[in-house]
Design a protein around this ligand. Structure first.
Ligand code: DON
Length: 592
């Protein structure tokens, strides 16, 4: 199905369209303006050099990992929808065109900044089923099994549809039916595009593991190729139930029955009671300041906002701009801040509805000062010598995708949503056509032992029925010192999400980068354990590596690029500019 049909359908439901009916070219971002004089130089061998400033406009901006999803967002903005309206339609669209991460069977977080500056945070993270047990992923010898990652038992109770419903109930302006419609039309069939064709081919062998998944995504036994007609009729039927009945079309009735039947068939533990009991939660956004800017991000059950706040508060004590972007000195201080912040994250952060966490202390400026006091400007502190700086508070008696949208009025939405690994648990709900997450692995299935991202977490994040597993997802919105919208950012990447998002924020605040430079710049990552600085392939110059090693850092070049940032910047003249990370091939547009 072409985007034209989506437009016709949107037009039929919502009235005439202001925008063009043509899909933007299937490559990252809009055409570039002339390249201004560069002040920042990336490593010579780096794959993603800036080619020029992206287009600007005042009519809104959308950045997602997929050209079709971006087009849906653009059209919703063009017919007068708000950023929240566009986000709902984009999220449903991603569940169809980007099933490795876009989802109905997963969860996520939304951070919203309204045009008047008020902010909101919505937690629609998956929850442990009521029948979950602390040691459910250990074998008889106490060793971890693969069950937290693959198959029916890996799935937490999905939160996405409830989250989108809650966002619409509170802030939606266009009809729900209109916003679900583009996804339905795409599920009825579309011409396979390179983004999905490449992903399905890459994951082909994993997708054969469960019958329902093989039949859905490998029709005829192989991955569909670019240009093939690709239809997902069971998913279309599920989306129609959601369109007609709202969130009840997922959490009750036929869809819920199909989920429960799938669980019974595959030995899973999600029940009808889990589904009817699921709630999305509006939380107090996590807010901190950095060099006069105000940063709004996600509080627990995400670790993103709090960990970024601690890192930023430590780094505020240093002049990163003076050290220079990409210098060994700047990377050293950044890694030392990350090492300390992740040690705390892994020890104390978890679902606040289940455990008490010292959140106020963790994000306080004076705690950061004492936490960063023992950073040696010339030497790495081994992680073995950096225990957590915070004590667990005992109560008085623990493949993702991001998109960013700003509308013409200045409302800004950042949503990160996930199934956890690419294609989640690899289980598709038969008859309902969507994949289930494998989010249970984000719990500390065996406290003190690493999860799939190498994160070594403690008792706080152990499995408890009904609890949300700790996340790193960090949808983030930055205001400038005048209190105006400045920057929207987010990314997938498991444990690297927090450092990736923070680096984009440092890039625009400390180093004055344009939005494209902030996204393109090679990234580094440290997470306390393992005690090493990860760096993207060919992203660092050899003299920088040599200097960091001489300081005592262990550097590890990643085999693959890291993250998939979708960023929007509001420039000082009030125009918007957006950039989609070329690492995965997304698309950003701005509306004139
Ligand atoms: O919530 C989290 O932190 C993880 N489930 C995110 C997983 C992820 O980013 C995978 N994609 N690269």
């Amino acid at each position: 199905m072409s985007s034209f049909i989506v437009i016709v359908v949107l037009a039929a439901v919502a009235g005439p369209l202001a925008g063009s009916a043509i899909l933007p070219p299937a490559h990252t971002n809009q055409p570039a303006a002339a390249l201004p004089r560069e002040t920042i130089r990336f490593a010579d061998g780096w794959s993603f050099q800036p080619t020029g400033a992206p287009a600007t406009g005042r009519g809104g901006a959308v950045s997602t990992t997929d050209p079709l999803a971006t087009e849906i967002g653009r059209q919703v903005l063009a017919i007068g929808g708000t950023a929240v309206d566009a986000a709902i339609a984009v999220a449903f669209g991603l569940a169809v065109v980007n099933p490795e991460a876009g989802n109905l069977g997963g969860g996520g977080f939304m951070v919203l900044r309204q045009a008047d500056g008020t902010t909101h945070a919505l937690d629609f993270r998956e929850k442990a089923p009521l029948a979950a047990k602390r040691d459910m992923y250990l074998d008889a010898e106490g060793n971890l099994t693969e069950d937290s990652l693959v198959g029916h038992r890996a799935a937490g109770v999905p939160g996405t549809v409830m989250g989108l419903g809650a966002a619409h109930a509170r802030f939606g302006t266009l009809p729900w039916k209109t916003l679900v419609q583009p996804a339905i039309m795409l599920a009825d069939g579309f011409k396979m595009h390179p983004r999905l064709a490449n992903s399905l081919l890459h994951h082909q062998s994993a997708l054969t593991r469960f019958d329902g998944t093989r039949e859905t995504f490998l029709p005829g036994g192989t991955a569909p190729r670019e240009g093939d007609f690709f239809a997902q009729p069971a998913l279309a039927a599920t989306l129609r139930r959601i369109q007609d009945q709202g969130v009840e079309g997922f959490y009750r009735g036929a869809t819920a029955a199909l989920i429960v039947a799938e669980m019974e068939r595959g030995g899973g533990i999600i029940t009808a009671e889990d589904l009817t009991g699921y709630e999305a939660i509006w939380r107090e956004p996590l807010t901190f300041t950095y060099r006069g800017h105000t940063i709004t991000s996600m509080p627990p059950s995400s670790s993103g906002g709090a960990t970024m706040a601690l890192m930023a508060n430590i780094l505020e004590g240093y002049d990163l701009a003076e050290m220079g972007w990409g210098s060994a000195e700047a990377i050293h201080h950044y890694a030392e801040a990350a090492r300390r912040a992740y040690a705390d994250r892994n020890q104390v952060l978890a679902d606040p509805d289940f455990v008490a966490i010292p959140l106020a202390t963790m994000i306080a400026k004076d705690y950061a000062r004492s936490r960063g006091k023992n950073i040696d400007p010339r030497r790495a502190t081994p992680s073995a010598q950096v225990g957590p700086g915070l004590a667990v508070v005992r109560p008085e008696p623990t493949e993702t995708t991001h998109f960013s949208i700003v509308d013409r009025w200045g409302n800004a939405v950042a949503i990160t949503t996930t199934l956890n690994s690419a294609y989640g648990s690899l289980v598709t709900v038969a008859g309902a056509g969507f994949l289930l997450n494998n989010e249970m692995d984000d719990f500390a299935a065996k406290p003190g032992h690493p999860n799939q991202f190498g994160l070594v977490e403690g008792e706080q994040n152990a499995i408890t029925p009904g609890k949300r597993m700790l996340s790193s997802m960090s949808p983030t919105i930055v205001d400038n010192p005048a209190g105006e919208l400045f920057f929207v950012s987010g990314t997938p990447g498991g444990s690297t999400i927090i450092t990736t998002v923070l680096q984009t924020v440092l890039h625009v605040i400390d180093f004055g980068m344009r939005v494209d430079q902030a996204v393109l710049a090679p990234r580094v990552h440290h997470q306390h354990l393992p005690d090493q600085i990860f760096w993207e392939p060919r992203g660092l110059e050899s003299d920088v590596i040599t200097r960091l090693e001489a300081m005592g850092h262990h550097l590890v070049e990643r085999p693959e690029f890291s993250g998939d940032v979708q960023a929007i910047m509001r420039r000082s003249d009030g125009t918007l500019t957006a950039f989609s990370d070329p690492r995965k091939g997304g698309t950003a547009v701005v509306l004139p």
